[in-house]
Design a binder for this molecule. Structure first.
Ligand SMILES: Cc1cc2nc3c(=O)[nH]c(=O)nc-3n(C[C@H](O)[C@H](O)[C@H](O)COP(=O)(O)OP(=O)(O)OC[C@H]3O[C@@H](n4cnc5c(N)ncnc54)[C@H](O)[C@@H]3O)c2cc1C
Length: 214
């Protein structure tokens, strides 16, 4: 159900409050933008995230302003954007973009308990690169202490999307300029091994990585 602040006023037909639509965006997205007010002024900070059930997991340096705001319970607006194409119309006015985007409101809370924090970091890594955690050198106490982890419960949200060709004015239908869509997508290029490392086979969880991870 939309709340007053997640009710779409501009082009509401492009909106959704369906949790499945939200999860599809969150599970494909790698980067979110976290908006909060710092010292009376708005700031929007890009960062990585992962959905874990009904929460988003975010982490960062304990010294980071963003992590301190998140852990301190600041009011947040988190957005995730997937860009699907450039929409090239016959007129400048009707140029657009195809996209799927999500806006979430709420407050995060710090995960302080060390076991819960470890598990949250494991889940974070596994959501981003499934199958990787167990092959890593385990995090040590210094790294754990330097890392802040927060969870952002999924509650108040909206989804908006645009797809399909340009929506030109009918009288422009025969205007002689190419119109259509340039599709865009994120995809993995062949992995590049660290040159400082002895050559080794690329593990399946690396070679098979794709943005559609679930
Ligand atoms: C890649 C991309 C390109 C865009 N390009 C433009 C552009 O050039 N010009 C432009 O005006 N708009 C653009 N939009 C749409 C833009 O995100 C807003 O939806 C639009 O500007 C209306 O803003 P508003 O604050 O008036 O919306 P309102 O409808 O008043 O917003 C009310 C509520 O609706 C929800 N909402 C609004 N927009 C979104 C969204 N995108 N995703 C999820 N929930 C949303 C939020 O919960 C918000 O609080 C673009 C969106 C994307 C993702």
């Amino acid at each position: 159900m939309p709340s007053p602040r997640t009710t779409l006023r501009r082009l509401p037909t492009r909106g959704s409050h369906d949790r499945r639509d939200l999860d599809a965006i969150l599970d494909e997205g790698l980067v979110c933008h976290v908006g909060f007010v710092d010292g009376g002024l708005p700031v929007v900070v890009p960062t990585g995230f992962a959905r874990d059930g009904d929460r988003l997991l975010l982490h960062g340096s304990r010294a980071s302003r963003m992590m301190q705001a998140l852990a301190g319970g600041a009011d947040l607006c988190v957005t995730v954007t997937l860009l699907d194409g450039l929409v090239l119309a016959r007129s400048a006015f009707h140029h657009s973009m195809n996209y799927r985007s999500a806006v979430l409101f709420g407050r995060a809370r710090a995960i302080a308990d060390s076991e819960a924090k470890w598990e949250a970091l494991r889940r974070y890594v596994e959501r981003l690169v499934p199958g990787r955690w167990d092959s890593l050198r385990a995090m040590n106490a210094t790294e754990m202490a330097a890392t802040a982890v927060v969870e952002f419960p999924i509650g108040e949200f909206s989804v908006k999307s645009r797809s399909g060709p340009p929506k030109d004015d009918a009288e422009d239908a025969d205007f002689p300029v190419w119109a259509g869509v340039v599709p865009l997508r994120l995809e993995a290029a062949p992995p590049l091994q660290d040159p400082a490392q002895k050559a080794m086979p690329i593990p399946h969880h690396v070679s098979a990585w794709s943005p559609a991870r679930t």
